[in-house]
Design a protein around this ligand. Structure first.
Ligand SMILES: *Cc1c(COP(=O)(O)O)cnc(C)c1O
Length: 390
């Protein structure tokens, strides 16, 4: 068809898909009949807790839930989000103006720049990071300025290092703690610095808080909104995906500044028609019901983390013990690039991991392991890795 289906500039501008090589190699190794242990994708292997599934079944049978939902989410869902924020973080929210439901937090993150970024505006994007911050910036016609996350700075962006001319054009800043892919956490002191900085430079803060409930050893990651003044400058994205093993259900929410929430809602009301109400009813049950399932989820990942960190350390790898997320951010051995170690782990051990540079150039020299297999498979992965000669 020649140029008939020539893609729009925004698609042509997409960065190269750096996981393509590993995806192809994985298919190749699989075709040979190798028993692959996939520690690549950040998708929980555990099922959604049964009480949530039961609630969904009941709600799906109710015809009242079969019609278009409200754009901003059911009033009861927004109320329960506000209750949950109060209980978990001590943050008060107005369910009518400061909460909007999302079809997963990825949807909200992807649409947010459409609300505030004009062509040529700068968005501050951490690197390495979840790819959606940069892509949504591109789709809105904005330009990403990458803030490197390095081990020396505990994988926090160095706000003092951002050039003045960039700050003049910056409209939005994305941050994400506990962090994917580095598993780093941030304390309230960091969030306080971000709020001061955002006020000074007139930058809207978007905090992606997808992993606040996936933390270990009793650690409770804070909300960005706990800081005084945060609601004047920012919005926080949350998801039920990781907390309740609900990645396939597509439900999340954004909370915070009412102008930010309202503008995101205005974009959404012109693009999507909200979250299936039965899914919202199940979400209400998840947030309002017993949180024992969340504690159980933490225990499972903590055991996996302990097993895997110990095994990898014995195998000679250099990594930090994460306090949160189900990721390990591991240094490549001396002399290996991210791509090289990833390829060797796959070819020689049948273990799939993600090359760090796929999340941005400063991720080079690392690879990411997702703890999304049970302990026996993780132990098997360790045995195979130890048998390699790296
Ligand atoms: C998994 C994840 C999300 C959640 O995405 P959903 O669309 O809610 O499933 C958001 N941000 C990051 C960094 C993630 O890793």
């Amino acid at each position: 068809m020649g140029d008939f289906f020539e893609r729009a500039e925004r698609l042509k501008k997409l960065p190269p898909y750096l996981f393509k090589a590993i995806d192809e190699k994985k298919a190749e190794v699989k075709a040979k009949g190798v028993d692959i242990i996939d520690l690549g994708v950040g998708d929980p292997d555990l099922p959604t807790p049964p009480h949530i599934v039961e609630e969904m079944k009941r709600a799906a049978e109710d015809p009242a839930n079969h019609r278009y939902p409200s754009y901003s989410g059911m009033r009861e869902f927004r109320e329960v989000v506000a209750e949950w924020y109060e209980k978990r973080f001590g943050v008060s929210l107005d369910p009518d103006q400061e909460v909007v439901s999302l079809i997963g937090s990825k949807e909200g993150i992807a649409h947010f720049p459409l609300a505030f970024v004009n062509p040529g505006d700068v968005v501050l994007v951490p690197s390495p990071s979840y790819p959606v911050y940069h892509i949504s910036t591109l789709f809105a016609g904005g330009r990403s300025y990458f803030m490197p996350l390095t081990e020396e700075k505990d994988f926090l962006p160095d706000l003092d290092a951002l050039p003045a001319d960039v700050l003049d054009k910056a409209r939005v800043m994305f941050i994400n703690y506990p962090n994917n892919p580095t598993s780093a956490v941030a304390d309230l002191g960091f969030f306080e610095r971000v709020v001061r900085f955002a006020k000074k430079h007139g930058i809207i803060v978007c905090h992606d808080a997808a992993y606040t409930e996936m933390a270990f050893d009793g650690y409770k990651p804070p909300s960005f909104l706990e800081v005084d003044g945060a609601k004047d400058v920012g919005i926080e994205f949350h998801s039920l995906s990781k907390t309740y093993n609900m990645t396939g259900w597509r439900i999340g929410f954004a909370v915070g500044n009412k102008e930010a929430v309202g503008a995101l809602g205005a974009v959404k009301s012109n693009i999507d028609s909200g979250v299936f109400q039965a899914v919202q009813v199940a979400g209400i049950r998840a947030l309002r019901g017993s949180q024992d399932c969340v504690e159980q989820m933490r225990r499972i990942y903590q055991e996996r983390r302990d097993l895997m960190v110990a095994g990898l350390s014995e195998a000679g790898f250099d990594l930090r013990m994460p306090m949160a997320t189900f990721y390990l951010w591991v240094k490549t051995p001396e002399g290996y690039s991210s791509a090289e170690i990833t390829t060797r782990l796959l070819e020689e051990a049948g273990v799939v991991v993600t090359p760090g540079n796929g999340f941005g150039e400063p991720g080079e020299g690392y690879f990411r392991i997702a703890l999304t297999q049970d302990k026996s498979r993780l132990a098997e992965a360790i045995e195979r890795i130890k048998a390699m000669h790296l």
